[in-house]
Design a protein around this ligand. Structure first.
Ligand code: ADP
Ligand code: MG
Length: 457
């Protein structure tokens, strides 16, 4: 589109001129209208001029000096356009390039596809769904299928190592695959902070504008570990404006945090409240079955063939570790050791190579151990716990024992009912709920239970 050699139809008719020549002609005219200082300061630094004769537009500017562009843009457009019309014989619009970029619509600027920062290995397909993450998973999937429509903003929280980052990328990868036109960005609040701090300290307005523009041009913003902007008011301020801008344009925002919004106490109230505008969902530590399933899934990814002892080894790990990142780490170490030493993966091999994670075979805790410990602590007979006695001295220890069967031995309500004189599972449920509630207000009971847990484990 940029014509270097064009045939003029004005007073320069029949002369072949390229853009440079036209600019020289224009400068001659401008020189007569401005002071010498102005001329050398603002016009001679122009080193780029491109002419679009179809659209009748001239793009020009200084590649080096932003101030030149901004002054040309604010003060000299009229003079430039007049000079251009005089030389070219037709009104041309002057666009000062660098300044244009700043004011440009939120599109296409500074954005490239792999800027989304997505990790391809984190997808929904390899996210194992269990009791404790199925809600977060289901909601994440809905957001991936209908960004901006299902839940916006979406706020996912959990302790570390339970799958937030995995889900965040899974959403991004899903959208990238199904709707490649969408502009996505995965970032962490630390990265976000770093970007802004760097650009602010450079005092380069263009850089700051560029970053803002990048964020505002997104269709989906995935921001991880938002807790790191706690106590950083300037970053929070920038994030606040980006949040509003995207939200108002109906763009999807997904936030992950290691705390729920209410616990982000060092966060501005206006941000905290926005995080709770729509969907807040938590992930908890996976139960035993899910931990086994996750280990099997990771083992499959590693092409590990597991025989009977191998399966037992996996179960032993799952009994001892609750955090998914640690589960993965243990499996990685185990398989590496096995390969190096040329050994089979067996429970004994696990005990040898990962002694730090195998506490006292915590998984082996049974209702019998719990009944023993509880009856001893309360000074009653273990058999009373299973009996139908309903005196106060027996009921509380029984509830505590049931609670521990749930919490420590991870038995189901049904199993617990069976272990306590064939009681109904709803009885067990309400006993566990009672203790759960009681613990919050009754410090004495709480420390007793913590002591019991300590002893059992
Ligand atoms: P977080 O961001 O909550 O700290 P991550 O998403 O980084 O946790 O998860 C830690 C590791 O555990 C990652 O390697 C991730 O792939 C894995 N992981 C977490 N949840 C699951 C899951 N449900 N299924 C499979 N792998 C998981
Ligand atoms: Mg994470």
């Amino acid at each position: 589109m940029v014509g270097d050699e064009v045939v003029m139809n004005s007073k320069l008719k029949n002369r072949k001129l390229n853009a440079k020549d036209i600019w020289v002609e224009m400068m001659g005219l401008i020189q007569e209208q401005v002071t010498k200082t102005s001329f050398t300061t603002w016009f001679t630094p122009v080193d780029k001029i491109e002419i679009d004769h179809d659209l009748k537009v001239i793009h020009m500017g200084s590649g080096e000096e932003d101030q030149v562009n901004s002054v040309l843009n604010s003060r000299y457009i009229k003079i430039l356009e007049t000079a251009a019309e005089d030389v070219l014989g037709y009104p041309y619009r002057i666009i000062i390039d660098k300044v244009i970029e700043e004011a440009a619509a939120d599109n296409e600027v500074l954005y490239e596809d792999d800027d989304a920062h997505l990790m391809p290995q984190y997808v929904f397909d390899n996210f194992v769904v269990g009791e404790k993450n199925k809600l977060a998973h289901g909601i994440a999937l809905q957001v991936a299928k209908a960004p901006s429509l299902a839940f916006n903003p979406l706020f996912i929280h959990s302790k570390s190592g339970l799958g937030k980052t995995h889900l965040l990328h899974a959403i991004g990868n899903y959208i990238a695959e199904h709707d490649p036109g969408k502009k996505l960005l995965y970032t962490s609040s630390e990265e976000f902070t770093r970007e802004f701090v760097e650009s602010l300290s450079s005092h380069d307005r263009r850089q700051i504008q560029g970053i803002k523009r990048k964020y505002r041009s997104l269709d989906v913003l995935m921001i991880d570990d938002i807790q790191f902007i706690e106590g950083k008011p300037k970053t929070q301020e920038e994030f606040f404006h980006i949040f509003n801008d995207l939200y108002n344009k109906g763009k999807q925002i997904i936030i992950c945090s290691d705390k729920e919004p209410a616990a982000l106490t060092e966060l501005e109230e206006r941000l905290r409240s926005r995080f709770q505008w729509n969907m807040v969902v938590g992930i908890e530590e996976p139960d035993y079955e899910t931990r086994v399933a996750i280990l099997f899934s990771k083992a499959r990814e590693k092409n590990l063939q597991l025989d009977e002892p191998g399966i037992k080894a996996i179960e032993l790990i799952a009994e001892n570790i609750r955090n998914i990142r640690e589960l993965e780490g243990a499996l990685t170490r185990l398989t590496a050791f096995a390969a190096v030493l040329g050994e089979e993966i067996t429970p004994d091999f696990v005990r040898d190579t990962l002694p730090d994670i195998i506490k006292q075979e915590k998984g082996a805790i049974t209702d019998k151990d719990i009944k023993g410990a509880v009856s001893k602590a309360f000074g009653i007979k273990a058999a009373d716990l299973e009996s139908s006695k309903r005196s106060k001295e027996i009921v509380l220890p029984r509830h505590v024992a049931m609670y521990l069967c749930r919490d420590v031995a991870e038995m189901s309500f049904k199993e617990i009912g069976r272990a306590f004189g064939n009681r109904n599972h709803t009885t067990v449920m309400s006993a566990c709920e009672k203790i759960e509630k009681e613990i919050h207000s009754n410090m004495e009971l709480k420390s007793l239970i913590l002591e019991l847990i300590d002893k059992l484990e």
